[in-house]
Design a protein around this ligand. Structure first.
Ligand code: GLN
Length: 247
């Protein structure tokens, strides 16, 4: 351990880790905690469970994927904490929502059986469940460069007019398999279907979230430290080389 003083605490809230955290999405929280520490800040991780008081401090909020049944189990609590999440969104709090939680940050998710799960509407997207799932490795073009991951969803998501995607599909299905978009971004809230988990293989995205959170937490500009991302960079470029056809 170093005796360099911490640059400050960054509070990370993981929404519904029991119900909504499959295909390794818990790794996003672990990755954020580790990168926050490696940049010289102190991570404080809160797990938010249904029925619990929402943590007082929240500088970064993450949520993962889950079965449709997991989404049903968190619906009532999400409605209960909706105003808090909306005010954190208005304040510019960075958030990363994957798959099932991405769908619930949209307007609604209609399951393949026709059950309508209303969402927060922070992202202007609507998702319809289908009998055929979209499964496989993905490569995206994003403002953070190539982003790689793995998708597995029955939901087909449509962006509202004017809603920015998170990225465009270089390989894989993305939001719906037809329009070439993947995920959504509004302000500092990012939604994506990419598991893997997404952050360890895509450190530029992880650091963008950490930078926003650090500025919110400390009121001062983010002071990054140099990181060795050789393994992540190699893993990402291998997936790009394997999946993206040369034009
Ligand atoms: N139940 C949703 C779907 O299949 C979400 C899946 C997930 O989070 N992996 O579309």
């Amino acid at each position: 351990m170093s005796d360099v003083p911490s640059k400050g605490e960054i509070h990370v809230v993981h929404l519904y880790p029991r119900e909504m955290s499959i295909y390794g999405d818990l790794g996003n929280t672990r990755c954020l905690a580790s990168r926050i520490r490696r940049h010289g800040y102190t991570p404080v991780v809160h797990q938010h469970h249904p029925g619990a008081a929402f943590p007082e401090q929240a500088h970064l909020v993450v949520g993962g994927g889950g079965q449709d049944s997991g989404q049903v189990r968190v619906e009532a609590d999400l409605e209960r904490i909706a105003d808090r999440l909306r005010s954190l969104f208005d304040a510019g709090t960075p958030m990363l929502m994957i798959c099932g939680m991405y769908q619930l940050f949209g307007n609604a998710f209609i399951t393949v059986e026709g059950k309508r799960l209303p969402g927060l509407g922070i992202l202007d997207v609507t998702t319809q469940g289908n009998a055929k799932r979209m499964i496989g490795p993905v490569v995206l073009d994003t403002e953070f460069g190539d982003v790689v991951g793995y998708e597995n969803h029955s939901g087909s998501t449509t962006l509202g007019a004017g809603q920015a995607p998170f990225g465009t599909v270089r390989a894989g299905h993305g939001n719906n398999g037809t329009d070439g978009t993947e995920g959504a971004r509004s302000g500092n809230v990012f939604g994506s279907y990419l598991h893997g988990p997404i952050l360890p293989a895509n450190p530029a995205l992880a650091d963008a979230l950490v930078a926003l959170a650090a500025e919110l937490a400390t009121g001062a500009p983010f002071e990054p430290l140099a990181q060795d991302d050789a393994f992540a960079d190699e893993a990402r470029s291998r997936q790009v080389r394997r999946l993206v056809k040369r034009g």
